[in-house]
Ligand binder design. Structure first.
Ligand SMILES: [Zn+2]
Length: 255
């Protein structure tokens, strides 16, 4: 598929009023922008899909294939749930930066040490995916279990892709070959395997306008459902990406 310069990444969609303003603005000002939504949270189906289905905007929903038709939670939500009030953000950052097997071990320990019952979460169903696909939403691939692709072994990476491919084959629609790196993490090794496993286009999470020539490193801008309009405009113009490093530098100089 053709990728425009302006590609947005969303996650959960809860602030319907503000999201509707954003969609309206996109239709008017960036009709060729591509909206991508990572993780396939059910809030997309409930809150965003009704606003997007007749919008004429191009939308890809990147799903975690292992969660569809299940009540399994996102693993980071589990950390928030079990470690509430105990600096869960720090633990999540750590879990994203360790080898995959260690991440899985640590997650298991967090579950075991918690006195709370296991967390469940209603996930999208195959029927809902079909309904969205029939209405023009592209269903893309966000791996099978959402590990960090710079922290997995070659074998794990292959398994992730092969299992998600099986899921898409069974589904009978959707785009296995359009891939969004979980958390945006990638390496030259992952790029090589993606190519070998038939991925045609891979999307980063780098908060940049898309100017890359490499179809396996497509840049995206990061926005949220509740991003205020003044900031939303700034982000879409590309200026936020340019200013952000400067703002960060000033902040650390003041501190
Ligand atoms: Zn994700």
């Amino acid at each position: 598929m053709m990728t425009p310069e302006t590609i947005l990444t969303y996650h959960k969609i809860h602030d319907t009023g503000n999201f509707e303003r954003q969609v309206h603005y996109l239709k008017k000002t960036y009709p060729d922008a591509l909206i991508t939504v990572d993780d396939g949270d059910i809030s997309f189906y409930e809150n965003a899909f009704p606003l997007l289905k007749d919008s004429g905007l191009q939308v890809i929903l990147f799903i975690i294939t292992g969660l569809i038709d299940s009540e399994k939670p996102f693993w980071w939500d589990e950390v928030y749930y079990h470690l509430k009030g105990d600096r869960p953000d720090e633990t999540i950052s750590k879990l994203k930066s360790v080898p995959n097997q260690e991440r899985l071990r640590l997650l298991e320990t967090i579950r075991k040490n918690s006195d709370k019952p296991p967390l469940t979460c209603p996930q999208l169903t195959s029927n809902q995916l079909r309904e969205m696909h029939d209405a023009g939403i592209i269903i893309g691939n966000h791996s099978h279990t959402h590990p960090m692709f710079d922290q997995v072994t070659e074998k794990e990476m292959q398994e992730e892709l092969e299992t998600s491919r099986l899921f898409f084959d069974q589904l009978g629609f959707g785009r296995y070959d359009l891939f969004a790196y979980p958390n945006g993490n990638f390496s030259t090794k992952s790029e090589k395997i993606l190519k070998k496993e038939g991925i045609q286009q891979a999307f980063l999470f780098d908060h940049q306008l898309n100017r890359s020539e490499n179809p396996l490193r497509i840049s995206r801008l990061s926005v949220n459902d509740d991003t205020p309009m003044w900031k939303y405009r700034l982000i879409l113009s590309g200026w936020h990406s340019r200013l952000l490093p400067v703002i960060k530098k000033v902040h650390s100089a003041i501190r």
